[in-house]
Design a protein around this ligand. Structure first.
Ligand code: ARG
Length: 408
């Protein structure tokens, strides 16, 4: 019986060619696996038919949109995950999910090989393979684009030679990866980091300067997770889908950055993440209202670490899992509503309310009714500054003993 290889299949040129390429190189039967993480575009049946037409022995399609929204986007929201303070981890979130399905199909089909179409220059190879190492340590990974010279030119020639049903001339100049949480776009003119992005790089957002009148929405959260828009209870998938359309129409969530890849190079990326940016903005605001100060400060540090672990492909690491537990515990009182104004490329919080609020009007007010005892502040401030006061007195004493003039 021939060996089997499960290929992460997108329906695009590279992975379509990879079907025949891998079959020729390994003699194995190729099972194409297409996973819907909300990337839109072609429907899964079309993609499945193309895989078979390109020579796959079988093709499996999975609608993983709910799983992705609830199990991957929501934990990223709990962590307010923005890599380098900007990138909401769009692609980094989908890779571990796809790795999970690759491992499952390999197990179900008795395949000893798994394949992906990543190059050797990106993060995604790391995320797939580190994920697979954790979930299916016995399967061997093959990467034809990276490891066996399947360059773009060779892929196009291979497609022509075999008469594969793929339109190579319709190919975009950009490398694009899309899912529910956002869209990433790289290469082409974007490789000149001084050049402004052309209009055709955008797919999820309208021009922020389109002059569209503002939309005000109220987002409801329970335990740190979003549960409603304007009082309508929605699933994570429904909520993200709706916000992408609503905020995308205002041009919200466009990000143009040079980022540090795990493999050591810097790269220019254009991201669009309308729903993610609105949700993170509102969620972080509600945390500010409901979370005790030290917990909030510590959680920011943990969120950054969580983000770097996930960016770096370590979704299944013990530290990432432990941080997830921390995030859930820390978020237990993050319940309430945030009003957000969407307009001109920005999501601006204009109000917040919560049954678990720590904001105390009587302590905060400068009007009559102020309950804050200002007498307590005087002694507190004196003690607070005391260690620095003692240390700087010491510094002055040592400096004068050494004959150094006092800088003050
Ligand atoms: N640089 C981003 C990341 O590492 C996006 C990668 C997207 N992949 C792509 N083929 N365009 O998460």
């Amino acid at each position: 019986m021939p060996d089997k290889v499960v290929l992460a299949y997108s329906g695009g040129l590279d992975t379509s060619v990879a079907i025949g390429w891998i079959a020729e190189q390994t003699g194995a039967e190729v099972i194409a696996l297409a996973v819907d993480v909300g990337q839109g575009g072609e429907d899964l049946d079309t993609i499945r038919a193309r895989a078979l037409a390109c020579g796959a022995a079988d093709a499996e399609v999975v609608d993983a949109r709910d799983e992705f929204a609830a199990g991957y986007c929501m934990p990223a929201l709990l962590a307010n995950a923005l890599y380098m303070d900007s990138y909401p981890l769009v692609s980094a979130l989908s890779r571990p999910l796809i790795a999970g399905h690759l491992a499952r199909v390999a197990r179900e089909r008795g395949a000893t090989l798994v394949a992906h179409g990543c190059t050797g220059k990106g993060n995604d190879q790391v995320r797939f393979e580190a994920g697979l190492a954790a979930l299916a340590p016995d399967v061997r990974v093959i990467a034809p684009v990276r490891d066996s010279g399947m360059t773009r030119d060779k892929a196009i020639a291979f497609a022509a030679e075999k008469g594969l049903p793929i339109n190579v001339t319709a190919r975009s100049p950009y490398s694009i990866d899309q899912n529910l949480w956002g869209r990433s776009c790289e290469t082409g003119h974007l490789e000149d980091i001084w050049e402004a992005p052309h209009d055709d790089v955008y797919g999820y957002t309208d021009d922020p300067a389109n002059g569209k009148p503002a939309d005000d929405i109220v987002l409801g959260f329970a335990g740190g997770l979003p549960v409603s828009i304007d009082g309508r209870q929605l699933s994570p998938l429904q909520l993200i889908t709706e916000l992408n359309a609503l905020a995308g129409a205002h041009g919200i969530g466009r990000i143009d950055m040079v980022e540090d890849r795990l493999i050591g190079i810097k790269s220019r990326e254009i991201y669009e993440a309308p729903a993610a940016i609105v949700l993170i903005t509102a969620h972080a605001e509600l945390e500010g209202v409901c979370m005790e100060r030290d917990l909030a400060r510590f959680k920011r540090t943990c969120g950054q670490r969580w983000t770097e672990l996930v960016y770096d492909g370590l979704w299944f690491s013990p530290l990432k899992q432990a941080l997830d537990a921390f995030m859930r515990q820390a978020s237990q009182h993050v319940t309430g509503e945030v009003r957000v104004r969407l307009q001109g490329g920005r999501a601006v919080v204009t109000g917040r309310r919560s049954p678990a609020s720590l904001y105390d009007y009587e302590l905060a007010t400068y009007d009559t009714g102020d309950m804050f005892n200002q007498d307590l502040a005087k002694g507190f401030v004196e003690l607070w500054g005391m260690p620095s006061k003692i240390a700087s007195a010491r510094d002055r004493k040592l400096a004068s003993a050494a004959g150094v003039p006092d800088p003050a």
